[in-house]
Design a protein. Structure first.
Length: 175
C-alpha cells in the first residue's frame, strides 16, 4: 500500500514568495533516503497563522488520509510561531516525547535549542510531528525520532512504513 505523507512548511515569507522553501524539500530528501516502502508526499506551504495551519493539517489527515504529517517551521518563541498551538488544537492525543527527544538532540549542537517547542500528536489515524525550520536541524531531528514513527503509525492504523536499516533502524517489538 502506498503511504501518503503530508509535508507542511509554515513560513510567512516562503508562503508569500519572498523566501525559497527549504524546509519542505529537506523533509522529502530525508524521507527519500530512509524509507524503502512506497510513499507519496502531499505538500502544503502556509503562513504562520493558526487557522491556515489547522486547515492544512485537517485536510491532509481527514481528506487526503496521510498516515504521517511532518511540519517544518513556526516552533520557536517568536510571536508568529504558532505551529505547536495549531497542532495541539487538531490532535486527539499529544505525544510530548517526540519534542523532548528532538530538543535533547538539538541541544548537543546549539544552546538555543531549549527555545524550540516541537511536539507531536495523533489525529485519528495520522501522526503529526512538528520539526524545526532549518534543513540541518530537520535532518538531525528526523533521524532522532523516526525509529519510533513506523510503529506509532502501525498502532494508530496507518500505512506500513519500512525503513532502510542502514539509514534508520525502525523499532517494532518482536511479534
Amino acid at each position: 500500500m502506498l503511504a501518503k505523507i503530508g509535508v507542511v512548511t509554515v513560513s510567512d515569507r516562503a508562503s508569500a514568495g519572498v523566501y525559497e522553501d527549504k524546509g519542505g524539500p529537506a523533509i522529502i530528501d530525508v524521507l527519500g533516503e530512509i524509507l524503502v516502502s512506497p510513499w507519496q508526499p502531499a505538500t502544503r506551504l502556509v503562513a504562520d497563522d493558526v487557522a491556515e495551519i489547522e486547515a492544512a493539517l485537517i485536510q491532509l489527515a481527514d481528506i487526503e488520509a496521510c498516515s504521517l504529517i511532518l511540519t517544518t517551521g513556526g516552533t520557536g518563541p517568536a510571536l508568529r510561531d504558532v505551529t505547536p498551538e495549531a497542532t495541539q488544537s487538531v490532535c486527539d492525543k499529544m505525544l510530548p516525547g517526540f519534542g523532548e527527544l528532538m530538543r535533547q538532540q538539538s541541544l548537543k549542537q546549539v544552546p538555543t535549542a531549549i527555545l524550540s517547542r516541537q511536539t507531536a500528536g495523533i489525529r485519528g489515524r495520522t501522526l503529526i510531528v512538528n520539526l524545526p525550520g532549518r534543513p540541518g536541524s530537520i535532518r538531525l531531528c528526523m533521524l532522532a525520532v523516526f525509529p519510533a514513527v513506523p510503529y506509532c503509525v502501525d498502532l494508530i492504523g496507518g500505512a506500513r512504513l519500512e525503513t532502510d536499516p542502514a539509514k534508520c533502524q525502525a523499532f517494532r517489538p518482536p511479534s
